[in-house]
Design a protein around this ligand. Structure first.
Ligand SMILES: Cc1ncc(C[n+]2csc(CCOP(=O)(O)OP(=O)(O)O)c2C)c(N)n1
Length: 898
């Protein structure tokens, strides 16, 4: 009996019937073609469903490769090139390992990872030799998102390429010591902030890489469709871990990528079946789960599970015993098989049933031990990448099965603890050398010598010629600091500078300015307005028609409001990115545009306007990553301020974003009170980012509170930019007794408070507009440090402005008190802060400001108390002051318990 017949007999209850059906299908394919066969299968499915047979096609295909051996293209350069590249991968594996182990010999605190790259090395090597395209200018190649824990391997390859030196490798994870020794250290993970010529995309925080890669691919399309830049030859590659796919952000934009038809996007998921603590899906199959998720979202899914040495086994197994057993083996068990040798696998895998025993009997233990998974087989990896690049209309995901810690032997391969393994015994190092046939002596192994073949060796020559053919080295980060002229402020913000008492909210001012800037022929096309389904809230509907909403498909329907002049216009060259209800997506989009000066050498100016509460708090980590990436653009937190956004309540009212923004070094955060302040900040920001090419971005909060807008007072500009300026002095002839510093919408309350103070308490108060407590605090800290460290006496802007009078100061913002507290050290004189700590409430502005004690009467009350010497602050006096101002002290609640 033929082996295939024997196998079928062992697993099928009616093999003859099965064969008849299969023969019938085969003859339809042969006679009438595959379309007819597919038609018949759909008919069968419909019949089954309409006749009570609860059957649907499986969401998963069998646990085998998508691309059959027969479909594999030849390996470029043939077996010789393949062998050479496998050697390069071995060398890179060693150097990566040596780098991590050395760092930890130097100091056990340094950390690092070996097992992730050990599993991904082959996936990267094939990419580097055949697919990841670069460009000479570094600005028009493919964009590659590297799995963060594989960074040592990427450094190790750059070392072979001659881009990094042995010193660099020695300073892996020792960036500070390296700089002190005049060297460039190597960051733990990809960080453009720290290695601005090397890394493009920060991926260290899991989940941000996948969503960012998707929006990068879409942004390339946007540039192309708007006629700004040709990007259609370029691709985005994302190499990520299977564990990382559990992050909500990893999966959040999958259907978006398919809907946008991003066939310029390839994800390679390194399915080593393990994450940090243990198996990704011990009791299931992560590959199956991802196949369902990606496939269901509309991606082209390629499973790359088994290496070529499995091919004859599958070919012989026509009854499917092998595929059945593999599908039934949970990942936790596959990990155990990876961690054990051939004899173990023979007994525990092939020993499961007679059919498998039969297959196993044709292999020696050693051959079983060396059976490779798909992600370690160069030819199969090449076939998968090749198919991904050829696929049209949809993004592709390659689910590449590998072994975590591949080649680390007993010390790490498939071990539960392998993720954090960073120390290896000499015996394990020697075994690793032997496993990968590295020409290193025992002494070299023991001392963890790096290995680099001679410049004229085949390996180095091949590697260099491949990179040359693909356009240059990767990763590399460049910036094309092309100057984009920002128009004069009066051309877009005359209305704000000369507002002359006109009623307007700062949101309205922002949108009007944006509309004007969009009309400017130089900067206009570079502006990328971004919204997450709140454009109407912010009064931006007029922009729909003015510049259109970007849609790769144009507009395939007649919009309901077509008759209106502001109709909902979608267009292929539309300029607005209307992202829908995904702040994470909108932020990823913003980052793509904000780093376009570098990734594409084509500066853009993204302006993302959103509900301020759903920014730093909700997607703060994406903003942190954008900062690492040296993003340049505007984040505009609208409907901001805990008491200014009335009615919306606890989850909407933002009282903290300025506190978080202050923690991001290159984020300049401002809380402007007036339209002219906003205009000046916007102009300055645009200039710094587009003309001076400063690696900063701006966070501006705007509100929906209408108020009479004053015109720009003379001499205020510097103070606006530095963080504060005197807005109202006391009347001539009077002496100020107290000063009120107020930010954003609180400026109006402060002005009213000053009026109350003079009318009801005979206290004269100056009012200062604070545009940025965080910028004032930074300025103060800088001055302070110059003093400590260099004996210089630089007076911080706050102290300079307030002078030595020592008058009491009250500061108020619509944010938590920690925001104005940032400048306490630089305020000469008594300082009392007010803020909106605690949970928000739904109510009117008046009620909210009273509740949080930031209303005009409360500011006035606080100011009066500040003017009283402490001995006079008795309960009776305080009650009298409150009464004069119409306040009830008994009503006041503790913000932290109510
Ligand atoms: C947001 C976030 N959470 C947690 C971590 C810590 N962490 C680093 S690697 C890792 C496991 C990664 O597993 P996987 O994605 O499967 O990659 P592998 O190393 O197995 O290839 C974890 C939990 C992180 N870097 N980012």
């Amino acid at each position: 009996m033929e082996l295939s017949q024997l196998l079928r007999a062992l697993t099928d209850t009616d093999a003859m019937e099965t064969q008849e059906w299969l023969d019938a299908l085969a003859s339809v394919v042969a006679q009438a073609g595959p379309d007819r066969a597919a038609f018949l299968l759909s008919q069968l499915q419909t019949y089954a469903q309409t006749h009570g047979l609860p059957w649907r096609p499986y969401r998963n295909t069998a646990y085998v490769n998508t691309i059959s051996a027969a479909q594999e293209p030849a390996y470029p350069g043939g077996a010789e090139a393949q062998a050479l590249e496998e050697r390069i991968a071995s060398i890179t594996r060693w150097n990566a390992l040596a780098m991590v182990v050395r760092a930890n010999r130097y100091s056990g605190d340094l950390g690092g990872h070996i097992a992730s790259f050990a599993s991904a090395a082959d996936l990267f090597e094939v990419g580097f030799n055949h697919f990841f395209r670069a460009s000479e200018d570094g600005l028009s190649g493919d964009l590659v998102f590297f799995q963060p824990h594989s960074a040592p391997g990427i450094y190790a390859r750059a070392y072979l390429e001659g881009r990094l030196t042995e010193e660099n490798l020695t300073y892996y994870r020792r960036e500070i010591s390296a700089a002190r020794a005049g060297q460039q250290g190597l960051s733990s993970y990809p960080h453009p902030w720290l290695m601005p010529d090397f890394w493009q995309f920060p991926t260290g925080s899991m989940g941000l890489g996948p969503i960012s890669a998707i929006y990068q691919a879409r942004f390339m399309r946007y540039l192309e469709h708007r006629g700004l830049l040709q990007t259609c030859q370029r691709r985005v590659w994302g190499v990520f871990g299977d564990g990382e796919m559990d992050e909500p952000e990893s999966l959040a934009a999958l259907s978006f990528a398919a809907r946008e038809g991003l066939d310029n996007l390839v994800f390679v998921i390194n399915c080593n079946l393990q994450r940090l603590d243990g198996p990704v899906r011990g009791n299931g199959h992560i590959v199956d789960e991802l196949e369902t998720l990606f496939g269901g979202a509309g991606w082209n899914v390629i499973k790359l599970l088994w290496g070529a040495d499995w091919d004859p086994l599958f070919a012989a197994d026509t009854a499917g015993a092998l595929a059945t057993a593999l599908s039934a083996t949970p990942d936790g068990q596959l990990q155990t098989f990876a961690a054990n040798d051939g004899a173990f696998n023979r007994e525990h895998f092939f020993g499961q049933n007679p059919a498998l025993q039969l297959i196993g009997s044709r292999l020696t233990d050693d051959e079983i031990d060396r059976l490779r998974r798909g992600g370690h087989d160069f030819r199969k990896i090449y076939a998968a990448y090749h198919a991904a690049c050829a696929h049209r209309g949809r993004p592709t995901v390659i689910l590449a099965q590998t072994k975590k810690g591949f080649g680390m032997g007993k010390a790490g391969q498939g071990r539960m603890t392998t993720h954090q393994q960073k120390k290896l015994e000499t015996e394990d190092l020697l075994a690793f050398r032997d496993r990968f046939q590295l020409p290193l002596s025992d002494a070299q192994v023991e001392s963890l010598s790096f290995y680099k073949p001679a410049a004229d060796s085949q390996e180095i020559q091949h590697l260099l010629s491949r990179r040359q053919a693909l356009g240059g080295f990767l990763p590399q980060r460049r910036s094309l600091n092309q100057k984009i002229s920002v128009p004069g402020i009066s051309s877009f913000a005359e209305f704000a500078l000369e507002a002359d008492g006109k009623e307007m909210s700062t949101t309205m001012a922002m949108v009007r300015m944006l509309g004007n800037v969009l009309k400017d022929s130089t900067i206009g096309p570079r502006v990328v307005p971004i919204v997450a389904d709140e454009a109407r809230t912010f009064g931006m509907a007029n922009l729909f028609r003015q510049v259109g909403i970007y849609s790769a498909q144009g507009q395939l329907y007649e919009p309901e409001d077509i008759g209106s002049i502001l109709y909902y216009k979608e267009a292929r060259d539309g300029q607005i990115l209307e992202e829908g209800i995904t702040e994470a997506g909108a932020l990823a989009s913003w980052t793509a545009a904000a780093t376009s000066y570098s990734t594409h050498g084509f500066p853009m100016l993204p302006v993302y306007i959103y509900y301020s509460m759903f920014g730093f708090q909700r997607v703060g980590d994406l903003i942190w990553a954008a900062a690492d990436q040296r993003a340049r653009g505007f984040l505009v937190g609208a409907t901001s301020g805990r008491t200014t956004l009335a009615g919306e309540g606890l989850q909407h009212q933002d009282g903290s974003s300025h506190l978080i923004a202050a923690t991001i070094p290159n984020c300049l955060a401002y809380d402007p009170a007036t339209a002219y302040e906003l205009a000046i900040l916007f102009e300055e920001g645009a200039r710094r980012m587009l003309e001076s090419h400063d690696d900063v971005f701006y966070y501006l909060t705007v509100t929906n509170e209408n108020s009479a807008q004053p015109s720009l007072p003379e001499g205020a500009r510097e103070g606006i930019l530095r963080g504060m300026y005197r807005f109202r002095s006391v009347p001539k002839g009077q002496q100020a007794q107290v000063r009120i510093l107020a930010a954003g919408p609180m400026l109006r309350e402060a002005l009213l408070a000053a009026d109350l103070l003079s009318e009801k308490c005979a206290v004269s108060a100056e009012v200062w507009s604070v545009t940025s407590f965080s910028e004032l605090a930074r300025d103060g800290q800088r001055a302070e440090r110059r003093g400590w460290l260099h004996g210089e006496s630089i007076v911080p802007w706050v102290s300079q402005q307030l002078g030595p009078s020592g008058l009491p100061v009250v500061a108020v913002s619509d944010y938590v008190r920690a925001v104005p507290e940032m400048i306490r050290a630089y305020v000469p004189g008594p300082y009392q802060t007010l803020g909106t700590d605690g949970f928000g409430r739904s109510d009117t502005r008046v009620a909210l400001r009273d509740f949080f004690q930031v209303s005009a009467p409360w500011i006035a009350y606080t100011a009066v108390v500040q003017t009283l010497p402490s001995r006079k602050r008795t309960a009776a006096t305080l009650a009298a002051v409150a009464e004069a101002l119409g306040l009830d002290l008994a009503q006041v609640r503790d913000p932290f318990t109510t």
